[in-house]
Ligand binder design. Sequence first.
Ligand code: ADP
Ligand code: MG
Length: 258
Amino acid sequence: MSRVIAVANQKGGVGKTTTSVNLSACLAAQGRSVLLLDIDPQGNATSGIGQEKKNIKVCIYDALINELPLKNIIIKSVIKNLDLVPATIQLAGAEIELVPTMSREVRLRRVLEEVRDLYDYIIIDCPPSLGLLTINALTAADTVLVPIQCEYYALEGLSQLTNTVKLVQKHLNTELRYEGVVLTMFDSRTNLANQVADEVHNYFGNKVFKTVIPRNVRLSEAPSHGQPIIVYDERSKGAETYIELAKEVMANEQKAAG
Ligand code: ADP
Ligand code: MG
């Protein structure tokens, strides 16, 4: 059975997509089979691993709303062991179309049942909201991974996120746990970044990953080439740290099993 990890934070621009794409690619490079699932209508994870949205005929929308089998939507990526379920702007409608449907919060969990034996990891890149798409991801997931950007207002809104996780644990998915919290775009030269890191540690304690993702220009350039960082610049600090993060995630799983 795969481990399903939802990468979530309702704030935009905190590193969800960068983390989803690069964690997926690094887990794949470590020999694990990975499915990257894009559920953000902006489709940044989809283009981030080199899929042109204009060429995509069916996306996760068709599985959630039209009950198209996921196997008909999965695309192989250029990276060995890494497959993608793409998202296009069509998915924007799902947030509203799901509202009156039966079992609207568990749609994604059911969709994923079909492939849970096929992958070691399923990584879900969530949209920047706590709407039904993110709720579906949290309901389908074993764990939630929260990227936090080391900037002003980093902790603002975090209680909303942790409350949503609590509500999902209570009503929809009692097994949901935290994979961890990862600090992103960290700049050790600034007092602010260090201050934010301290506050996040106070708030989340041992849930914070040891690996900290630095602010790294190569990480921000890679998506425009449609490449994960380990392909775009294997020697960059960004590549190095996302490989470390992948190793921590794999170690988490061994801890959970043992
Ligand atoms: P989200 O998915 O949470 O909206 P993104 O992953 O798209 O956030 O990141 C927002 C922007 O910041 C993007 O332009 C991305 O390339 C850039 N970015 C993300 N992480 C880093 C980093 N560690 N260093 C530099 N730029 C980054
Ligand atoms: Mg994103």
